[in-house]
Design a protein around this ligand. Structure first.
Ligand code: G4P
Length: 193
């Protein structure tokens, strides 16, 4: 079975729409992690992006780490995890920008060390969900501060009824979403195409 089919089957059999906006997938992506599925996901992103000149994979902690790790492994590239919480040991020349999450109603300082984003590099962002695109635009902001360019975005599950995809495409990015959810309710989950 191809990775996109595997992912859709996992969403249909294990995902739960809490309401029309939020999909619970903590049995294979956000809490317990199906690493075989994540390996397939990483291979699918590598197949899509491998023809492009990319220097580094980036993600945001915490649920982006599994798919991003397998992508970086498949592409033979370094991986940088952007932080949502600063700490006493996160020191040095830090890049920061505020990200607001509409889904969770929270706000955090997205943070990365400048030394792990060398100027001039092309970055591939991998993340678990795409909703409004706020987290992705936060990564674009940090990349710009570092003198890097995000050229591609790989998303495991996109909520296609929210504006993130269109915003990123309008910004000139190659967006590859493996599962595009058109709508969801207690009755079921529907995918785009
Ligand atoms: P945006 O970045 O596209 O604008 O998304 P938004 O702010 O609305 O959501 C941010 C957080 O909410 C992210 O998690 C994202 O993974 C999660 N999220 C968004 N929609 C859904 C959904 O339908 N189901 C689930 N399960 N999560 C959703 P985060 O705060 O970064 O958490 P984590 O990565 O530590 O798990």
């Amino acid at each position: 079975m191809n990775p996109m089919q595997m992912l859709k089957e996992a969403i249909l059999s294990k995902g739960k729409a809490i309401n029309q906006d939020v999909l619970l997938v903590d049995s294979f992506l956000n809490h317990q992690v199906d690493v075989s599925l994540m390996k397939a996901v990483g291979d699918a992103f590598a197949a899509h992006f491998s023809g492009q000149s990319i220097d580094r994979v980036v993600t945001i902690e915490s649920s982006g780490i599994a798919p991003a790790s397998f992508t970086a492994l498949a592409m033979g590239l370094p991986l940088v995890i952007m932080k949502k919480q600063t700490s006493k040991i996160l020191k040095g020349d830090l890049l920061q920008t505020t990200v607001r999450s509409f889904t969770k109603g929270t706000e955090y300082e997205l943070t990365a060390k400048r030394e792990f984003l060398p100027a001039g590099e092309k970055l591939l962002l991998i993340d678990d969900f795409l909703a409004s695109g706020e987290a992705a635009f936060g990564v674009l902001n940090l990349a710009q501060q570092a003198g890097c360019e995000v050229t591609g975005v790989g998303i495991v599950i996109e909520k296609a009824f929210q504006p993130g995809h269109d915003r990123l495409v309008r910004a000139g990015l190659d967006v590859c979403s493996l599962a595009r959810v058109k709508s969801m309710s207690e009755k079921g989950i529907e995918f785009v195409d």
